[in-house]
Design a protein around this ligand. Structure first.
Ligand SMILES: Nc1ncnc2c1ncn2[C@@H]1O[C@H](COP(=O)(O)OP(=O)(O)O)[C@@H](O)[C@H]1O
Ligand SMILES: [Mg+2]
Length: 399
């Protein structure tokens, strides 16, 4: 894989606050990396450093030559007097610069260098820039292109900035919380856009479903270090637990040994000669490990409220009986996307019948069940129905 970005030994602090120390990681062509960490751990600062907006104390950052990078800041700013469309031409990305060059050439007598410029305009698809800008803005529900930036809400401004980063079709896209101001439609559109586009991605998001769908790898900042996981958020949770367990075991082991060594240190202060020097040094090292406080909280990501509105099925006054056996008696429920429901009951109470109703294989006695058909829903129901509910499936359901 071609390396797009390599970071080596990066260190950054603000005064006494050390955000990260000697961290190294890389992003290669086609990698989609989710950056996660607790609030205040330095995600935004790291992205600012990578985009050159913030300095750093030590280390190296190397991009592949001529790599097109676009960056969506957490809180973007534009000069207030610009219109929405002008804002899309404001940041000096290479296409915008090229268009400016072209316009200048056309205003100059004899049009110097026009031929070469035309080739570059063609190559960069610069002719299409404005049309594309308008299209993406519309998808993000920004419809008044002549509105002044100063009249936009924070959320609208962020969407303009997002459009801005997408238009140029960069090789590497760096996004800081892109979905915070998007509704469900827009989030799904962005999800698709990012999957389709042939790009590499480094993204901060608190939205775990978006993260799971878009990113195939996780980069975590924790205790000033970075950890790279070759899998999505679910995989990260598993691996992180393993890492936490390993550290906990190490601390426990150190504590046991520490107690013995402490006895030795106390009992034989006189007897400690030169030979014991090594053991004494080792004792202090051991003490450091034993006394360390390890914060094993996971980074908690949210389920965005906007997802919840999306309905999978709706049961309204459902009735179902087989002779005297009542299975459903006036059952009403709205089941939303990402909800997890367990169906429990003694044998013969109607669990499978209920699932078959969801699949449309059994009709209720009353009005039909309203089911928004989804491919993955049907598959999971089929699996559940055949009662092959393995622990793996249950794990999958839980996440
Ligand atoms: N310019 C700055 N000067 C001093 N401290 C800063 C500055 N920028 C950020 N910080 C501090 O650095 C820490 C990390 O901030 P930030 O990168 O925004 O974290 P995150 O994006 O992970 O929430 C925070 O404690 C923040 O207060
Ligand atoms: Mg941030």
């Amino acid at each position: 894989m071609v390396s797009y970005l390599q970071v080596d030994g990066l260190t950054k602090s603000f005064g006494d606050l050390i955000l990260f120390k000697d961290i190294s990681f890389g992003i290669a062509e086609g990698q989609r990396v989710g950056l996660i960490a607790k609030n205040g751990a330095g995600k935004t600062t790291l992205l600012n450093i990578l985009s050159g907006k913030e300095g750093y104390d030590g280390g190296n950052i190397v991009y592949r030559r001529d790599l097109k990078v676009a960056y969506l800041e957490q809180d973007p700013h534009y000069p207030e007097e610009l219109t929405v469309l002008e804002a899309c031409f404001h940041h000096g990305n290479s296409t915008v610069e090229l268009i400016k060059e072209y316009e200048k050439c056309m205003e100059t007598e004899g049009h110097p260098g026009l031929e070469e410029l035309l080739i570059r305009m063609e190559h960069e698809k610069a002719w299409d820039y404005e049309r594309q800008a308008k299209q993406i803005l519309s998808q993000l529900k920004i419809r008044d292109f002549n509105q002044k930036v100063k009249h936009l809400s924070g959320g609208q401004l962020k969407r303009v900035a997002l459009a801005n980063t997408l238009i140029t079709e960069p090789d590497l896209l760096i996004l800081d919380e892109p979905t915070n101001h998007l509704d469900l439609d827009m989030t799904e559109w962005l999800e698709e856009y990012l999957q389709r586009a042939n790009l590499s991605l480094l993204m901060v998001t608190h939205d775990r479903y978006f993260l799971d769908r878009v990113c195939s790898e996780i980069l975590e900042i924790d205790n000033r270090q970075v950890y790279q996981y070759k899998g999505n958020y679910t995989y990260y949770l598993e691996k992180r637990e393993e890492r936490v367990n390993a550290v906990t075991v190490e601390i426990e082991r150190a504590n046991n040994l520490y107690r013995t060594e402490l006895e030795w240190m106390r009992r034989m202060p006189q007897a400690r000669g030169h030979k014991a020097r090594y053991r004494e040094d080792a004792f202090y090292e051991l003490e450091k490990v034993a006394k360390q406080r390890f914060n094993n909280d996971n980074v908690k990501l949210d389920v965005k409220a906007s997802y919840i509105g999306s309905k999978i099925f709706e049961a309204e006054h459902l009735f179902k009986s087989f002779g005297d056996l009542k299975i459903l008696d006036d059952f009403s429920y709205i089941f939303s996307r990402y909800e997890k429901m367990g169906i429990v009951g003694n044998n013969g109470t109607g669990k499978s019948t209920f699932i078959k109703m969801l699949m449309g294989e059994v009709q209720p006695d009353s009005v039909p069940l309203i089911l928004v058909k989804r491919y993955d829903l049907v598959i999971i129901l089929k699996m559940a129905c055949s009662l092959m509910i393995s622990s793996r499936l249950l794990m999958w359901c839980k996440t």
